[in-house]
Design a protein around this ligand. Structure first.
Ligand SMILES: *[C@@H]1O[C@H](CO)[C@@H](O)[C@H](O)[C@H]1NC(C)=O
Ligand SMILES: *[C@@H]1O[C@H](CO)[C@@H](O)[C@H](O)[C@H]1NC(C)=O
Ligand SMILES: *[C@@H]1O[C@H](CO)[C@@H](O)[C@H](O)[C@H]1NC(C)=O
Length: 353
């Protein structure tokens, strides 16, 4: 049937109807303009009144699962990092309204069923988040053609979330090295006798005393970790696997926060130097074998001037405050607010190795 065209003057009902349309259009435009400052992804919300206060005019970021299942308060970005404009939640009721969803790989990699089983709203960003190394990241192929952004310790991630970083001091400072009475320590929980790091240690200990802490070795209280490591001149910051940019808390926290000299085994020296001055650490690859490394550590032990050189960088640089999960999520917020261009990632596995 043809719609009835209006040839007569508008009736009262029609005028009311026109007003109503105008009001709705205006309301929509207004919401859009107001929101678009912060949130270009919103169109006209179905009804402003259904949007809870905490999410108004904000990007909604849904955390699909808490990393390793441990819950903690989200939405600390304004308070802890001065980053505003996002509503972070792990409440899946928000799925349809979420501008972005963060997927922590370890918690979704078992099978496809761990991912949303309902249709994906148009323009929703999916963010692949992972801090484990490729050697410990199974089923990467399940992510094929799903993700729009990567978030990891890899420097070339869309959202770079490293285990640690250094920052330049505003003013150079004097630095004094804590008192050291012991030589080499290592804290290790995951003891794999076939791993490169355990094999290296087995060689090294033939030539120098190494005190090992952790499961199956000398026990070490969590709250005594820094003060214990700090008494040692050297710390073995040995990674569980060797991959580009994979430098973990073993280095940043255990070694550097404890103000000791890291002896690293992991990615290449060149790669470490992208994140820290060359003279801040000793690399096992600097030596043809463990025996010669041991000889060098003993030499430094008897030569204070040489040893102190490994701390010179601390006059100009400092370790940034340790990032927690929230710091990473807030970084995602900051990134999304810059309105990045969408990506389609055909294969995370091809890149993450
Ligand atoms: C999840 O969000 C919805 C919508 O805001 C709310 O009604 C519900 O109470 C929330 N659930 C939890 C567990 O917070
Ligand atoms: C995000 O990635 C998905 C899966 O590859 C793709 O279908 C979608 O178009 C991407 N989003 C945008 C806005 O490009
Ligand atoms: C650093 O040490 C030097 C020499 O001991 C001293 O002159 C200077 O005032 C110190 N600077 C600071 C910032 O403490």
């Amino acid at each position: 049937m043809e719609p009835k065209t209006q040839k007569h003057l508008p009736s009262k009902q029609n005028i009311f109807f026109l007003f109503l349309i105008q009001f709705l259009v205006g309301f929509c435009m207004f919401s859009y303009v107001r929101l678009s400052d912060d949130a270009s992804f919103f169109l006209c919300p179905t009804s402003e009144s259904t949007v809870p206060d905490e999410a108004k005019a904000k990007l909604v970021i849904l955390l699909w699962k808490f990393p390793f299942g441990a819950e903690f308060p989200l939405d600390q970005c304004q308070e802890s990092y001065g980053i505003s404009g996002c509503y972070l939640t792990a409440n899946r009721t928000w799925y349809d309204r979420a501008d972005a969803v963060i997927f922590h790989h370890r918690d979704i990699c078992r099978d496809q069923k761990q991912l949303p089983q309902i249709a994906r709203p148009p323009n929703q960003h999916w963010i692949w988040f992972n801090l484990e190394s490729p050697s410990h990241s199974p089923n990467l192929h399940l992510m094929d053609n799903l993700m729009n952004f990567t978030m990891s310790y890899r420097l070339d991630s869309d959202i770079f979330t490293p285990y640690g970083r250094i920052e330049i001091l505003k003013e150079p400072q004097n630095f004094s090295i804590p008192v050291k009475s012991k030589l080499v320590s290592w804290v290790v929980s995951n003891w794999n006798p076939w791993s490169k790091r355990v094999k290296y240690y087995q060689e090294l200990k033939k030539h120098i005393q190494v005190d090992v802490f952790g499961r199956g070795h000398e026990p070490l209280d969590r709250d005594k970790k820094f003060s214990t490591i700090s008494q040692y001149k050297f710390y073995l910051a040995f990674e569980n696997s060797q991959h580009q940019d994979y430098i973990t808390e073993k280095f940043w926290s255990n070694a550097l926060q404890s103000t000791t000299v890291p002896v690293v085994l992991g990615t290449t020296r060149e790669n470490y130097e992208r994140f820290l001055p060359a003279e801040a650490f000793i690399h096992v690859d600097d030596f043809p074998n463990a025996q010669e490394l041991a000889a060098y550590l003993k030499l430094l032990n008897s030569d204070d001037e040489k040893y102190q050189k490994y701390f010179d960088w601390r006059r100009r640089l400092q370790i940034a405050k340790n990032g927690d999960w929230n710091s990473h999520f807030c970084k995602a917020c900051q990134y999304l607010r810059q309105k990045p261009t969408y990506r389609i990632i055909p294969s995370v596995a091809k890149w993450f190795k």
